[in-house]
Write a protein that binds this ligand. Sequence first.
Ligand SMILES: CCCCCCCCCC(=O)SCCNC(=O)CCNC(=O)[C@H](O)C(C)(C)COP(=O)(O)OP(=O)(O)OC[C@H]1O[C@@H](n2cnc3c(N)ncnc32)[C@H](O)[C@@H]1OP(=O)(O)O
Ligand SMILES: Nc1ncnc2c1ncn2[C@@H]1O[C@H](COP(=O)(O)OP(=O)(O)OP(=O)(O)O)[C@@H](O)[C@H]1O
Ligand SMILES: O=C(O)CCC(=O)C(=O)O
Ligand SMILES: [Fe+2]
Ligand SMILES: [Mg+2]
Length: 334
Amino acid sequence: MSRPAERLRVIINHLDRPSAGIRAAPTSAQTVSYGHPQRLRYTLDNDLLTPEQRLFYEENGFLLIRNLVSKQDIDRFRREFERICRQEIKVPGLVVMRDVAIAKSEFVPDQRAVSKLQDFQEDPELFRYCSLPEILKYVECFIGPNIMAMHTMLINKPPDAGKKTSRHPMHQDLHYFPFRPVDRIVCAWTAMETVNRQNGCLVVLPGSHKGTLQEHDYPEWEGGVNKMYHGVRDYDPEHPRVHLEMEKGDTVFFHPLLIHGSGMNQTQGFRKAISCHYASGDCYYIDVKGTTQENIEKEVKEIVARKYAVGDEVTFKDTWAIRGRLVQGERISM
Ligand SMILES: CCCCCCCCCC(=O)SCCNC(=O)CCNC(=O)[C@H](O)C(C)(C)COP(=O)(O)OP(=O)(O)OC[C@H]1O[C@@H](n2cnc3c(N)ncnc32)[C@H](O)[C@@H]1OP(=O)(O)O
Ligand SMILES: Nc1ncnc2c1ncn2[C@@H]1O[C@H](COP(=O)(O)OP(=O)(O)OP(=O)(O)O)[C@@H](O)[C@H]1O
Ligand SMILES: O=C(O)CCC(=O)C(=O)O
Ligand SMILES: [Fe+2]
Ligand SMILES: [Mg+2]
């Protein structure tokens, strides 16, 4: 099937059947609920996704593409990460984060203490990830041709220091984003090595993207929790979960309302992944005052104020508009 109209017809026929299941899911993950007939809302017309892949994202809120990014590219990202850890280069705006269990101890920091790089948009080598054509062609299926890279991370999940602080609580990424519409935002997350339950793979609640943005707060974890690692407040541990085990280069695209987290790293290695959150160039900023996002706005503004010695004139929206970079098409309202 090559013509878009024909492909769409197949999808719609499929959706019209009340008990439509997904048989050829492109991932080993099991699907949990198939829902009822509905229109296509989360994906756009395109020639890339098969009807099954499109349906899978509509129903589950994520799509795993195996072997998407080359080993060579990933090795280059890893070498660049190591140079940054050795402080051989200094990148403007980059946030180098250490795990709270290490940050609050007497441990002498070295490169093994870095748990996450954030905001590498000024590092041309790492930022290459965000412009890879093989990534962008999928991103376009979810958010359209105008593509902004809004948030970049290289996660180096450390061996757990014994306090379970290497976990990432279950959350929705939209909690951090003062822009909309929600369906024109997508995350690409690429495994830089084998990622499994042992070293703390992503854990997702399939279909949770169909819900609304939940209240987020720090989870009550005895061993402490990392700065800004908010979790959904009334997380139900009984909700069916899917562990996304991935190999080097495998990439998952997921919706910003999908509830996800990652387990603790029970190995001695540092589990690496690289990711970018994209938004359409025609998204717009919102004021989060009076919403559940007020608490994260406050924290972000406090950190920015301390780091850059600025006051209230820098808004939550500004912190995002400054970070955002156009990678394809036009920057319209972002
Ligand atoms: C803007 C958010 C974007 C999120 C977007 C999308 C979804 C992503 C979901 C997430 O990833 S949520 C997590 C996002 N996390 C962050 O954005 C955290 C950013 N981290 C930082 O800004 C810095 O790492 C931090 C300000 C916390 C510390 O950096 P510094 O260079 O100031 O470290 P320093 O060693 O000087 O420590 C200063 C204080 O921070 C404490 N600290 C350092 N690392 C910490 C940590 N990991 N957790 C908690 N506290 C930490 C440290 O103990 C110390 O406390 P005290 O003042 O009480 O002595
Ligand atoms: N109390 C909690 N509140 C919020 N999120 C939690 C809580 N406990 C665990 N999580 C999150 O749930 C996810 C799974 O964590 P957990 O360590 O239980 O499982 P796992 O290590 O992924 O899998 P398993 O140990 O079953 O192989 C992680 O994202 C973790 O951060
Ligand atoms: O553990 C990870 O690699 C992903 C964490 C995450 O979901 C995030 O930083 O938003
Ligand atoms: Fe996340
Ligand atoms: Mg576990």
